[in-house]
Design a protein around this ligand. Sequence first.
Ligand SMILES: Nc1ncnc2c1ncn2[C@@H]1O[C@H](COP(=O)(O)OP(=O)(O)O)[C@@H](O)[C@H]1O
Ligand SMILES: [Mg+2]
Length: 284
Amino acid sequence: MKFNGSDSYVATQDLMLAVNAAITLKRPLLVKGEPGTGKTMLAEEVARAIGMPLLQWHIKSTTKAQQGLYEYDAVSRLRDSQLADVSGSEKVKDIRNYIVRGTLWQAFTAEQPVALLIDEIDKADIEFPNDLLRELDRMEFYVYETRELIKARHRPVVFITSNNEKELPDAFLRRCFFHYIKFPDADTMKRIVDVHFPSLKKELLGAALKTFYDVRNLPGLKKKPSTSELLDWLKLLVAEDIPLEALHSKDEKVSVPPLVGALLKNEQDVTLFEKLVFMQRHNR
Ligand SMILES: Nc1ncnc2c1ncn2[C@@H]1O[C@H](COP(=O)(O)OP(=O)(O)O)[C@@H](O)[C@H]1O
Ligand SMILES: [Mg+2]
């Protein structure tokens, strides 16, 4: 089981090392990075490359750790008990019929080894990671309603992603292997774009990347555009057949790029950018 990148995903050397280290250590790989830097896609690609199905658990602000294990559906049971005929009442008697299995349960009891993605763990409340410590460590949990212990048949390969909105507790961090996906440099970005748009013209790519990094490096941006926004923008440039000249200003000065709405997502950032362009025009 070794991950060496794939033809649809560009992985840097240190990212591949981190993935393989986590697999060797049998610890969850905690991947942090700006939104849109390929964290979710990493889990999908690694699972594909090592030939395991990927079970995904997308975390929201309201998600509780228990939901990943199981939930007891008391409402359905009550309803069934009120409507039940003779055959139905057998179902109602057995509480196991109302235990809804969560993603961790499914991962633990899968026939074959699986990969498990806990996506955007920083969305949940602060207790969430701590509540999963034991389950991820020991790979087992207890179902009180049925008095059974659910133990992993195979230790799943676990990916946990975070957009860094919240700090994670120390006890949780201690159990993970950590990797921060740095924002891709221009060369890596070229390779990423190449994966998505293999036939993009070199000049257009060069000009678009220059504009993109100019926008990104603007000091004071609220939300810097990321890889996925660059890809969206390129798709539009190609679809709208935007000429190269629209990206290149002859005097090497920054200009407001066409379809800038794909890159900048709030009005303050657009205003900031326009101001900069305006100042450049008038200063020099
Ligand atoms: N290293 C990469 N190689 C190929 N495509 C990438 C890479 N990083 C990001 N992308 C593109 O950016 C999109 C967003 O990635 P995603 O995994 O959703 O980001 P995140 O989960 O970090 O927010 C992906 O669908 C993919 O098209
Ligand atoms: Mg994601």
